[in-house]
Design a protein around this ligand. Sequence first.
Ligand code: V47
Length: 390
Amino acid sequence: MSAQLQISDARLEPIAQRVLAGERLSAEDGLALFQSHDLLAVGWLANHVREQRHGNLCYYNVNRHINPTNVCVAHCKLCAFGRSPDVSGAYTMGLEEIFARGAQGVAEGATEFHIVGGLHPDLSFEFYLDMIRGLKKRFPQIHLKAFTMVEVHYYARLSKLSIKDTLLKMKDAGVDSLPGGGAEIFHPRVRKIICDHKVSGQMWLQIARTAHEIGLRSNATMLFGHVETLEERVDHLVRLRESQDRTHGFVTFIPLEFHPGNTALAHVPKPTGIDALKTMAVSRLMLDNFDHIKAYWIMLTPRIAQIALGFGANDLDGTVVEEKIYHDAGATTPEGLTRTELERLIRAAGRVPVERDTLYNRVDRASMPPPPPAPARATGSFVPASSLTA
Ligand code: V47
């Protein structure tokens, strides 16, 4: 065993042997890693795997989040973002408002728009397809990472289409890939408590599989630190690993730390920094068929995200610019970081920053035309949903 690895928890010895031999870990191994208080040994192992794959590189991207509406019929207990249409703070952007945000993103040098929103009771599927077509027509160079599996399921129901046909229409309109949200924890016991009306974990996986089969890649997430047990976290990771074995369609995995503020689970204590780092490390070790593990600084804080780059993460997402889901739940991080700030965080963690696009191709700024000037700032003057429907 390497001289650099000091193990104080004897249960980790055989697991470390398996990691160093490149063998797949079992669910029992995953649980032992989560249960261990030897954070540095768990982190060392995750960092070993991370450096084998990516050396000292750390990826980041220049993106913009666009959340067209926060009106949502799901009313998940975990969420502080979704609202009923008639309550204060509910908003729905018109198409022009969305395109204006897109133009701002382009002026900021974005290569990706990350587009997710609430399950609106009145907006038609056609509205969303028009949004995608309009964005693609105006900004053909931008990768559109749009709609979680939960939204796909909702639009399929709305439009009475199969999941496959819904995804094909999205792809045809210009969707390039799907973000990883809505996965939460797959186990039905947990979903019943935190997101009772959302698609089942099995359905989430089925939709991801269908997306991959028609050539749309996607991300995957796990929302941790609420009512789930460690066994249920491991179960989540194992199911994702099995799914990835079948399709190889997942691009990156993002462990999302739960923020209880302003949610119906506000009494749940916030996950600790130790838990966030351990979850990052165990994700890297269990998900041996995922190339990329992302530290989403918005929810981890830039400080913990930096440390996570030594605990298995090889990606720091992203410039973001405007973030609503975590900030509605009381996040105190900024809503965006510049490229310079991201690169500084990465360098200070001893890594070499590499700008990437959504699919982890290197972005060469020097060979790109300069971004157009910024348009007048989008005002946030949202229009009522009723005036938007066809
Ligand atoms: O699906 C909602 C989670 C997700 C809360 O694919 C909450 O590249 C914590 O999926 N506290 C949306 N989490 C964010 C997401 C994401 C983020 C960054 C990158 C990518 C990607 C995807 O946020 C939701 C849900 O799991 N969420 N409410 C909350 N109170």
